[in-house]
Design a protein around this ligand. Structure first.
Ligand SMILES: C[S@@+](CC[C@H](N)C(=O)[O-])C[C@H]1O[C@@H](n2cnc3c(N)ncnc32)[C@H](O)[C@@H]1O
Length: 279
């Protein structure tokens, strides 16, 4: 698991055994269903699902399962690159008994091989791994390159829905929206307050408990840009405000060390260290 919030595995956890036990909620070969998800996954005798939505980087899948419970005529697919997450998410899927949720192992980088053009109504990005450093920035799920891929698999009125605890990641993500030719339908820096009824994910619960506020956007593809290129600063350090006071209650997940370093540097510059103040 990336960046700090490691999954603590129970002593007797055997991944293969778990994946087998909860296989009923896992599709191990998502490539086989490209273009067919809505009807191939519908229960026998039932009509095709009205829509297909993807929870990308679903983690343990509680958001995916809750959405599926709320909208029974929509197929919810949770995808994660970590097999352990898929094992936990599939357990939640099986225990829910819902016929409209399933989980697939896989990476966002191959999304165009798993879904046909226009097949998805929505892609949820809940608390995507921030990858703050420039050298890892290509892995971010909010990059314009990823948005360019998403626009292929999204329906014309489809949506990307981002939620994150990280103001630097959010500000970076906002720069990527126009580069990839999307229009911002809604954005908020306190999404939980504005839309209290949305289901929470595991990360929202964990990070919310530490004082995180949720930044969120809903973006829809507009006309496709020709030769989009990166014009934004990619290191998330560039999006940290000068005044670190805004992080007093909470440092964004994955950037705790960077912010502490900046605090130390500022304190050193102000001579606080010479005065013996412990940071
Ligand atoms: C910070 S966790 C958030 C999990 C969940 N969405 C939540 O809000 O609780 C980010 C998840 O994204 C997954 N992830 C990161 N990069 C990915 C990629 N390229 N494709 C699919 N999943 C990815 C990680 O394995 C991890 O489970």
């Amino acid at each position: 698991m990336p960046h700090g919030l490691h999954i603590r595995l129970p002593k007797n956890f055997v991944l293969e055994e778990r994946l087998e036990r909860y296989a009923g909620a896992i599709e191990p070969n998502p490539y086989a269903w490209c273009g067919m998800w809505a009807w191939a996954c519908a229960p026998v005798g039932a009509p095709a699902f009205r829509e297909v939505r993807l929870d990308l980087g679903c983690g343990r899948g509680s958001f995916t399962v809750e959405m599926a419970r709320r909208e029974p005529d929509v197929l919810f697919i949770g995808m994660d690159a970590e097999p352990i997450c898929i094992a936990y998410a599939a357990q939640a899927g099986c225990e829910s008994g819902l016929p409209n949720v399933l989980f697939v192992p896989g990476t966002a980088m191959r999304i165009k091989e798993m879904f046909a053009p226009g097949e998805l109504a929505c892609i949820y990005l809940n608390f995507p791994t921030p990858f703050p450093r420039k050298k890892d920035s290509h892995k971010r799920l909010v990059n314009f390159e990823r948005l360019m891929d998403y626009r292929v698999v999204l329906a014309p009125d489809g949506e990307v829905r981002l939620r994150t605890d990280s103001q630097p990641l959010f500000d970076f993500a906002l720069t990527q929206v126009p580069i990839a030719g999307y229009e911002l339908g809604w954005s908020s820096r306190d999404a939980r307050a504005e839309r209290p009824d949305e289901p929470t994910s595991e990360y929202e619960v964990k990070l919310g408990g530490r004082g995180a506020r949720v930044c969120a956007y809903v973006a829809t593809p507009g006309p496709a840009p020709v030769n989009p290129t990166q014009t934004a600063e990619v290191s998330l350090a560039a999006y940290i405000p000068q005044d670190l006071a805004s992080f007093d209650g909470y440092a964004p997940h994955g950037m705790e060390a960077t912010i502490q370093n900046l605090r130390n540097r500022a304190a050193k510059k102000n001579g606080d260290w010479a005065d013996g103040i412990t940071l």
